[in-house]
Design a protein around this ligand. Structure first.
Ligand SMILES: Nc1ncnc2c1ncn2[C@@H]1O[C@H](COP(=O)(O)OP(=O)(O)OP(=O)(O)O)[C@@H](O)[C@H]1O
Length: 411
């Protein structure tokens, strides 16, 4: 930051007691002139500071406006083809549509042909993307040291065992696979209702194998980064290669790997391109070293068979909602740090939580804690769990029972 020059010194009046009247008058006159001069200088500096403040305020307003625009709407990615007197010619990624669009005076100075930009529904340029702020950073969640452990996951012990066998062993014990001469499973697909611990499982494997966890959400690829999908998938695998050992987690894979339809709309073509890229990355996967890939879906019935062929997602693991024992274990896990009264019997409560997912049970324990707080208690009682259950079951949020919206799918 540049520092402003120091302020002028305060003028000093030096009156010598030996001075005669005329000399004193002269000294006072000079002192007065100097004070007027310093005053003028300070006035100038004040003007400068005020104008700089106005500039900065304008900049803040502009950034706020851009920030709001970015937060409120999905943006499309485009490349600036040409800058003309009438505006910029941009080409939208994905459908290659070319449009002439007006630019704000500020963007006019900033933009160059070849820049990648984010545009809104009316093709107005919202922001210039540079390589660092690019979609790669936004589209992927990278966690070098995830904190979830297998002990945090309840009720799906068999699934934990299967995932460990398919993902952990090849990472930790790569030599054994080489010596026996078999290829470890390529990709593991976790499928099951929402909130059953699929993401937790992927994070726990990454944690327990000291691998970096890299997550990408299929739905965001098609919704938020339109036109960028294939490139982001390539980036995802490149990044995992740079960070090995790594666990790639593709959540909601159905968004990019749904069964092909006959429709030829540009959106579908774009999703197809993203899926083709994913398939080709998986096919070239053997040379990727210590990278394992886990995907998750709630819509197994929608997946394209191509994604399930050998060498791709060839290990399918269903992660169901927990049974009574699993629910009791999940209650234990989520109340580990809670002060629970003696009248609480988790086995009993678990019996009544038919159809609750792990996420529903986590929400139930938080809700029970809230009832205790409302009642100004620090200990959570059985009645709080009952109240919490009643509240959850009468609200729209959950749990997601099989005869609800979710019942349309297979689970
Ligand atoms: N089996 C479980 N054991 C303990 N906690 C669980 C379990 N399943 C879910 N939870 C709780 O629910 C939260 C959400 O779970 P998670 O994100 O792993 O579910 P998911 O299956 O990936 O869901 P989605 O399909 O909606 O992405 C977890 O952070 C955890 O608090």
């Amino acid at each position: 930051m540049s520092r402003s020059p120091s302020l002028p010194d305060r003028p000093r009046l030096d009156l010598d007691p030996d001075m005669n009247e005329a000399e004193r008058l002269e000294a006072l006159r000079k002192h007065f002139e100097r004070i007027v001069q310093v005053n003028d200088e300070l006035d100038d500096r004040l003007d400068e500071a005020q104008s700089r403040r106005a500039d900065l305020r304008e900049e803040v307003d502009e950034l706020k406006r851009r920030n709001e625009a970015l937060k409120t709407a999905s943006l499309y990615i485009a490349t600036v083809e040409e800058l003309t007197e009438d505006g910029a010619v941009i080409k939208q990624h994905g459908n290659n549509q070319e449009v002439l669009t007006d630019l704000s005076p500020q963007l006019e100075d900033e933009l160059e042909a070849g820049d990648r930009v984010a545009i809104n529904d009316s093709f107005s340029v919202q922001t210039v993307l540079d390589d660092e702020t690019d979609a790669r950073a936004q589209a992927m969640e990278v966690d070098a040291d995830p904190e979830v452990t297998y002990d945090d996951i309840g009720g799906i012990d068999e699934q934990v065992r299967e995932v460990r066998e398919a993902v952990e062993d090849p990472l930790i014990n790569a030599d054994a696979f080489r010596e026996v001469g078999i290829q470890p499973p390529s990709g593991v697909l976790l499928h099951g209702p929402p909130g059953t611990g699929k993401t937790m499982l992927a994070k726990a494997v990454a944690n327990e194998t000291d691998a970096t966890f890299i997550k990408m959400a299929g739905s965001e690829l098609v919704r938020k980064f339109i036109g960028e999908g294939a490139r982001l998938v390539r980036d995802l695998f490149d990044l995992a290669g740079e960070r090995e050992p790594a666990v790639i987690f593709i959540d909601e894979i159905d968004a990019v790997a749904a069964k092909r339809t006959d429709s030829k709309t540009s959106g579908d073509a774009e999703v197809q391109r993203t899926m083709m890229q994913l398939l080709s990355e998986m096919d070239g996967f053997d040379d990727r070293g210590e990278v394992r890939i886990i995907a998750a879906t709630n819509r197994f019935d929608m997946l394209d068979d191509a994604i399930l062929r050998p060498g791709r997602f060839d290990r399918l693991i269903e992660v169901p909602k927990p049974g009574p024992e699993g629910r009791e274990r999940i209650l234990d896990i989520h109340t580990a740090d809670m002060a629970v009264a003696d009248d609480v019997d988790f086995a009993d409560i678990a019996e009544d939580l038919d159809d609750y997912s792990g996420a529903d049970i986590a929400a139930l324990t938080t809700e029970a804690g809230m009832f205790a707080i409302r009642d100004e208690r620090t200990t959570v009682r059985r009645a709080d769990f009952e109240d919490a259950r009643e509240k959850i079951e009468t609200s729209n949020e959950g749990p997601v029972f099989n005869d609800g919206e979710f019942g349309r799918y297979q689970y």
